[in-house]
Write a protein that binds this ligand. Structure first.
Ligand code: SAM
Ligand code: SF4
Length: 345
């Protein structure tokens, strides 16, 4: 399938850079291309996850037009995510179409994937102009992988990571640190990732959407994890910064970089530069907030360009200063009923 360029949207959606009510420039779009997934990570979604009806999901052409509208408003980085982006048929066409806009406003196009299907797509993704990808991997143990994701796909994931490396993609591994599940394996994961030349970032589990257990049972504060790692490794705080929520340290023993994303123990909202759009075109200016703007309605209206411009202005007006995640009470409702796989992780 071919996605036709739609330069009209860029011209007509306005050119004023996006800036929220707190003066923060918003330059980073995380765009979910599907809420569906071929894994069922226990902290992310239940086995019987209710997916959105396909008719509600934006077409690839609409996702492309929307992206152009964002680029025209100063978005310099787009990350495709989901759900699992690579389960969406023909998603590589969207990657190619967006890749052609690199250097013309868009500075970076990237992707977050579970890598189950990466082996078949890594070459095309790299050819489209993607340079770096994030791969989520929480364990290298096959049985634990099956327990954690509900599927026996570790070999596919490792083959995907290998293929990405061969294709010249820089890979960052993202690992959710989970008490009683993979906490004993974190240092091994770090050694493995760094040994392969990949950076690794640890993430605290967030209270987003109902799952089949209480997240408090597996919440592992990264402050504690870091202390533990310091008993084994020499960590030196790094001034490496991506403009995102991660804080980095270099590990002397491995020569690699370790990131920490601690939304609960170290709130990172002050410098937030991002917004998220779901596969149905709902813009959430905050991962942890309920504020929302319907871009699909704008896109499908009789004045798509004007309405999209107004919708983006509205999103900037309602973007909150930050979230207030907590995992401190058994049985508490999630901060949002929306799963991370819907908002776009
Ligand atoms: N399926 C792709 C993947 O797993 O990389 C992309 C979407 S996934 C929602 C993006 C990231 O969100 C993954 O790194 C995953 O581990 C993380 N994630 C999902 N649910 C989470 C939660 N409740 N708390 C913290 N991280 C979560
Ligand atoms: Fe799927 Fe990613 Fe959620 Fe795991 S974290 S279930 S791979 S969307």
């Amino acid at each position: 399938m071919r996605i036709d360029p739609a330069p009209g949207v860029r011209a007509a959606s306005g050119t004023a850079p996006l800036r929220d009510g707190f003066g923060r420039r918003v330059t980073y779009l995380r765009l979910s291309v599907t809420d569906r997934c071929d894994l069922r990570c226990t902290y992310c979604m239940p086995e019987r996850m209710q997916f959105l009806p396909k008719r509600e999901v934006l077409s690839l052409e609409e996702l492309y037009r929307l992206s152009l509208g964002f680029i025209a408003r100063g978005m310099t980085k787009i990350r495709l995510t989901g759900g699992e982006p690579l389960v969406r048929r023909d998603v590589v066409d969207l990657v190619r179409a967006l890749g052609r806009t690199l250097g013309d406003g868009l500075e970076e196009l990237t992707l977050t994937t579970n890598a189950t299907q990466l082996a078949g797509h890594a070459g095309a993704i790299a050819d489209a102009g993607v340079r770096r990808i994030n791969v989520s991997l929480d364990t290298l143990d096959r049985d634990r992988f099956v327990r954690l994701t509900g599927r026996d796909r570790l070999d596919d994931v490792l083959a995907g990571i290998e293929a990405a490396k061969r294709a010249g993609l820089s890979v960052k591994i993202n690992t959710v640190a989970l008490k009683g599940i993979n906490e004993s394996e974190i240092s091994e994961l770090i050694r493995w990732a760094h040994g392969q030349g990949h950076a690794l970032t640890l993430i605290e589990v967030m209270p987003l959407g109902e799952v089949e257990h209480d997240r408090i049972d597996h919440f592992l504060p990264l402050t504690a994890m870091r202390e533990r790692l310091e008993g084994e490794f020499t960590l030196r705080d790094s001034d490496h910064a991506t403009g995102g929520p991660a804080r980095y340290a270099d590990i002397a023993e491995t020569g690699g970089r370790l990131g920490f994303i601690s939304p609960l123990t170290n709130n990172f909202c002050a410098g937030c530069n991002r917004i998220r759009v779901t596969a149905t075109g709902q813009l959430y200016p905050c991962l942890g907030g309920g504020e929302r703007v319907d871009l699909r309605a704008a896109l499908r209206s009789d004045d798509p360009d004007g309405n999209l411009a107004r919708a983006l202005d509205e999103a900037m007006r309602i973007k909150p200063e930050g979230h207030d995640f907590r995992i401190d009470r058994r049985g508490a409702a999630p901060a949002q009923q929306r799963h991370m796989s819907v908002t776009g992780g």
